[in-house]
Design a protein around this ligand. Structure first.
Ligand code: A3P
Length: 296
């Protein structure tokens, strides 16, 4: 997630800003201020996600849609440079002088996002994933990333997820704040599960949203390049080049890439409690595709 440019000492220190927790050694207050005040160009594209919802996958998809499926270009530049996180302290250097159209990534709530997005500038691709699979993926990521604390147990991690005690805040608040601005921002919601079910169809939907048209050959090349098996072995996206300072090498960033992995760790009782909690939390929030926590 971080830029590997500097070998610095990375710890799991946390900072709280406006009620949301952030990993203090990779996200700075300056980065958050930069994000909020980011001067948005009309053709900027923002890849917005709660962590572990398919950010890296979408970075690759958007990079290719936006460069007319020039695979050689994405094979020479790592994802964190092509689609940098706005809230990281390194973002200004990457983005300010960059040619249009620019691609940026962010994990922040809409309330921390660039104000100009809410005035209809730029385009937002919001990727969401079943919260239980997001939780499982985030749990494993906590055991890998040095800037996140190692969970005491799976049960304590589930409790932290439900009680907004994790870095980048609450999955529920995240999606709700972005759904709250969908009449103001130029935004499309894409489910991870739909990418899995029909990648070509989802890519066509995203390309249309961005005003692009891909012929059959380019679409196929993109879909092949963005398959899990291809991305798993692609050093420009699988984080294998990031120094040990950030990631424990014993774990793989490209872990399973499946739907329903939560079934391997949730007990029946945990699942029932979690589903009831999600239903309550998400009351009044439904997406156009009929998504609720149980349906994907
Ligand atoms: P798992 O941990 O469930 O395997 P993010 O990029 O937001 O951090 O999300 C990481 C998750 O997306 C991981 O999930 C990773 O394996 C999955 N992922 C990344 N690329 C993928 C792809 N091409 N197809 C399916 N899943 C992918």
């Amino acid at each position: 997630m971080g830029s590997p440019a500097d070998e610095v000492n990375i710890t799991d220190a946390i900072m709280e800003v406006d009620g949301c927790l952030f990993p203090a050694d990779i996200i700075s207050r300056e980065g958050l201020a930069y994000t909020k005040n980011f001067p948005v160009r009309e053709d900027d594209v923002f890849n917005v996600t709660y962590p572990k919802s398919g950010t890296t996958w979408m970075q690759e998809i958007l990079s290719l849609i936006m460069n007319d499926v020039d695979i050689s270009k994405v094979e020479s530049v790592p994802n964190w440079n092509r689609a940098p996180w706005l809230e990281l302290a390194t973002a200004p250097g990457y983005l300010d002088g960059r040619e249009s159209p620019r691609l940026a990534t962010t994990h922040v709530y809409a309330t921390f996002a660039p104000t100009q997005i809410m005035q209809g500038k730029g385009k937002v691709v919001y990727v969401y994933r079943n919260p239980k699979d997001t939780l499982i993926s985030f749990y494993h990521f906590h055991n890998m990333a040095k800037f996140l604390s190692t969970p005491e147990s799976f049960e304590s991690f589930v409790s932290d997820f439900m009680n907004e005690k994790l870095s980048f805040g609450s999955w529920f608040e995240h999606i709700k704040t972005w759904m709250d601005v969908r009449d103001k921002a130029n935004i499309i919601f894409i489910a991870y599960e739909d990418l899995r079910k029909d990648l070509a169809g989802s890519v066509t939907r995203i390309a249309t949203f961005l005003g692009k048209k891909l012929d059959a050959e380019k679409l196929k090349a993109l879909v092949d390049h963005c398959s899990f098996s291809s991305m798993k072995n692609n050093n420009m996206v699988n984080y294998s080049e990031v120094p040990r300072t950030y990631f424990d090498r014993g774990q793989k960033f490209m872990r399973k890439g499946t739907v329903g992995d939560w079934k391997t760790m949730f007990t029946v009782a945990m699942n029932e409690e979690f589903d009831a909690f999600v239903r309550e939390k998400m009351k009044g929030y439904e997406l156009d595709d009929g998504w609720t926590s149980d349906t994907k």
